[in-house]
Design a protein around this ligand. Sequence first.
Ligand SMILES: CC(C)(COP(=O)(O)OP(=O)(O)OC[C@H]1O[C@@H](n2cnc3c(N)ncnc32)[C@H](O)[C@@H]1OP(=O)(O)O)[C@@H](O)C(=O)NCCC(=O)NCCS
Length: 216
Amino acid sequence: MGKSVRALGLVGAGGHAREVWAIAKASNRRVLFFSEDDAPKGKRVCGTRVIDIANLHSLKDTVDLVLAVGSPLGRRKLAERLKSFRFTNLIHPQACVGPGVTFGHGCVVAPLAVITAEVTIGNHVLINSGAVVSHHCRLGDFTTCSPNSTLGGGVVLEDGSFVAMGATIANGVSIGIGTVVAAGSVVLQDIDEPMTMVAGVPATRRKKLRHWIGRV
Ligand SMILES: CC(C)(COP(=O)(O)OP(=O)(O)OC[C@H]1O[C@@H](n2cnc3c(N)ncnc32)[C@H](O)[C@@H]1OP(=O)(O)O)[C@@H](O)C(=O)NCCC(=O)NCCS
């Protein structure tokens, strides 16, 4: 038996959460609430109530959650706090998902994203508008492909790595844990060192990061 379809709760109440709300609407999913820390009483986003994360636990058996924050670090922290919840995948009807593509849980795929064939996708992965993920890629947990980024065939994104807007990763390249590829960059070689920021065409190492990217 498949899982029952429940109403959704979106964790996050910022700009990205509004985009996830739009994907949920386009997918005919009912959004019961947004949620954030220290939510002011009576706050609404997109006409929907915003509730405090501290008050979510009583809803554990009635809603599915989606982590609607853009940063890998933010999603990882929330997933740890909310690990007793069920998370669902949200895939926009105008995204193109080919055969042999597998998802973990809590993933978001935005409109016009293309995931071609035989791609393995972990948990809480964000594939944003117009991103292209080619055959045999492997995307670890909490990874992000920002709008209009492109992964060639066989690219590996290790957990928590972040590909910014318009960046391109060449075929077969691996990107290490928590590594950030800056906007518009072109990565031609493996970035083995974890938690590194790379930028440019071709991309070169720019700085060591102390933690996964938290603001995008
Ligand atoms: C990756 C990113 C977040 C890095 O920001 P940052 O940590 O503030 O980076 P810094 O300003 O410290 O840059 C470090 C160096 O890299 C260079 N750099 C940063 N971004 C670059 C880029 N996109 N292309 C080329 N060089 C870049 C800087 O000029 C700087 O060089 P310097 O050391 O010679 O002065 C930012 O460049 C980026 O890509 N932002 C877009 C994020 C995005 O796509 N979000 C999704 C929205 S939906």
